[in-house]
Design a protein around this ligand. Structure first.
Ligand code: NAI
Length: 310
């Protein structure tokens, strides 16, 4: 049910209308969970095909949830899916998408200049109260926000969700030195309403999860390259010895070897000289680059360190 009347302590803004820019894998997921929580959601993307892709991703995910909820009741399943879609609109017009929006979450390509270009444009169009957020995994929130006005930067935050969004409980809320506390509070509240568990952190490379995870995955890949152990044995060792549900090579395949390589390169080029990241942690790895060059990007391409049948 749509509950429009809410007040937060300390006068933090109440977020009821969300605009998601970029309806790909992540944007569609974020839009879905927000619409499920009763928010009014607009998805903006560049083309009608992209928006159709977005609706397809959401339909597939909602259908799966509906079947679980009401295994033998197709009318109830349809009602659930339609109910969520009643909260969703899609558009290729940025202007239309952003009208009356309390919060914009950007989930477009992982490229600083492209994200800055979008936010520069949106800053000029959006209501002064609209909160801006980026779902970036590896870029600096401060840098993305740099193109916005002084006042907007106070209402700018990272909102980092995890793939697949409908299943993954965590959202990292990243505050820059300029983000106002009431904005952070409003975003934490929103995450909880979406059934997620938020954590708060500073605007440092990789935030919490990737800061710890990326160097670990890269070191596991180096172990394979050096011939210290096979990928299968490293995964078995970590699963049974450290209690992780997925070994580091399988997890690398799941994340995408291209994505991992892209994050490492970004940190190498932009975070090492600032002293934020130790150069050793992100050194180039031949075996990783080779797999990516061969199109073996992990699970999504059917092969990475392991071969996947579907
Ligand atoms: P994706 O490639 O699936 O989707 C990106 C979408 O953005 C596409 O539909 C594209 O048409 C659209 N787009 C590109 N430029 C646009 C613009 N100027 N205006 C509107 N739409 C535009 O990418 P994905 O995987 O969803 O990633 C999006 C963001 O989320 C990236 O910043 C990525 O780093 C971050 N992220 C990705 C995760 C993942 O596991 N894939 C996890 C957490 C964050």
């Amino acid at each position: 049910a749509y509950n429009a009347i809410r007040t937060l302590s300390t006068g933090a803004p109440d977020i009821q209308r969300l605009t998601v820019f970029g309806g790909g894998l992540m944007g569609a997921g974020i839009a879905q969970v927000a619409a499920q929580a009763g928010l009014k959601v607009a998805i903006a993307d560049l083309s009608d095909e992209a928006l159709e892709n977005s609706r397809n991703i959401i339909t597939k995910s909602l259908t799966r949830i509906a079947r679980k909820k009401n295994p033998d009741d197709s009318a109830a399943q349809k009602q659930f899916v339609d109910g969520v879609f009643a909260n969703l609109t899609t558009t290729t017009s940025a202007q239309e998408a952003i009208a009356n929006s309390d919060l914009v979450i950007e989930a477009i390509v992982e490229n600083l200049a492209t994200k800055q270009e979008l936010f520069r444009r949106l800053d000029g169009m959006a209501d002064p109260k609209t909160i801006f957020a980026s779902n970036t995994s590896s870029l600096s929130i401060r840098k993305i926000a740099e193109v916005c006005s002084d006042d907007r930067r106070k209402r700018f935050s990272g909102v980092h969700a995890f793939n697949p969004v409908p299943q993954m409980k965590l959202i990292e809320i990243i505050s820059t030195t300029e983000t106002q506390p009431e904005i952070t509070e409003a975003l934490l509240d929103l995450c909880k309403r979406m059934g997620k568990t938020p954590v708060q952190c500073a605007d440092t490379p990789g935030f919490i999860v990737n800061r710890l995870l990326v160097p670990y995955l890269l070191e596991a890949i180096r172990m394979v390259e050096r011939g210290d152990a096979t990928a299968a044995d490293i995964d078995t060792a970590m699963k049974l010895g450290a209690g992780v549900p997925m070994g580091p090579l399988e997890l690398s395949d799941f994340v995408g070897l291209d994505t991992l390589s892209h994050i490492a390169r970004g940190w190498r080029e932009e975070r090492v000289q600032t002293g934020e990241i130790d150069a050793k942690q992100v050194e180039e790895i031949k075996i990783l680059d080779k797999l990516v060059a061969e199109g073996k990007k992990g699970r999504k391409s059917g092969e990475g360190f392991f071969i996947y049948s579907s």
